[in-house]
Design a protein around this ligand. Sequence first.
Ligand code: 5GP
Length: 346
Amino acid sequence: MHIDNSLRLDFKDVLIRPKRSTLNSRSDVDITRDFRFLHSPHSYHGVPIIAANMDTTGTFEMAKALDPLLLSTALDKHYSEDELIGFFSGLRRKSAAFYTMGIGSEDWEKFLRVREKAPEAVEYVCVDVANGYTERFVSFIKKLREKCPDIVLMAGNVVTGDMTEELLLAGADIVKIGIGPGSVCLTRKMTGIGYPQLSATIECADAAHGLGGRICADGGCTTPGDIVKAFGAGADFVMIGGMLAAHDECRGKTVVKDGVAYRQFYGMSSEQAMNRWSGGVAGYRASEGKEVFLPSRGPVAATVQEILGGLRSACTYVGARRLKELTLRTTFVRVAQQLNEVFGKS
Ligand code: 5GP
């Protein structure tokens, strides 16, 4: 047994100190980024925020709504081959959508069939598992990179620098960071496993950038300010689920209670997801996600404008003319416990 006494922080534990700025208006701020990748020859241009590959948020409708705003969507892995081929073949901005898969043999074969039928269509791929620390996962990433040298490959999830490096060396371009911070995730409660998301982002970004890799901070953002903190901590991309849930573009049941419409949102390891996709919770495992009903929020574009407004405003507060400069201009100040309680989750 070992106790690591170093301080690890979450979004709620910090604020960003304002800095002298020459920017006069939020409209002066450029929140797009241009990236080259460690392995893939493709280059990226866009607003590096990605809708989570959950079956509620990773929909074609979400991707169509976010594309004109230059955001991306990691698609739910349960779409059929034909649906995916049709969708990707019609996609002009390739980074608007990630093809998502797990590491089962059926995932591999389905991906190969899609690639064969539509060779140029899929450029961005997300390989997503709850625990990115297994040898099997690393071998899968190596195999995929060997088979497809051109794709932009995002892989995760992990929370430490050593594993971020290992995945990059195995063939990932972007490593997805986050175990346990998700809004409908129960992993920390069910297993005691996790890592505070701000520190995970800082440590993994440092490890990745040293190798020329990228990271995507995934989960735990509940406000635009949390997304700003994730970018300030060094994230190249930020993935969000709950903040985009319950919009018109999402899947999920709608219920009306006392005249108010609520939309269903659930974790991908929840009983609801397992009932839907795997014929129930297997006898040897427990659900690590929960179901919530959130007030319906209408079209997602309005929420995204709010998020991007917060991001632009934060850049003006610290004098960052471009999102790229935000990390350099970020000084986090720790928030005392008392303030933390007053600010709640902000
Ligand atoms: P959010 O933005 O809602 O805080 O977090 C979204 C992220 O939570 C997803 O991208 C995914 O990494 C994670 N997630 C989604 N469903 C589950 C689940 O059922 N269990 C766990 N442990 N994590 C989940």
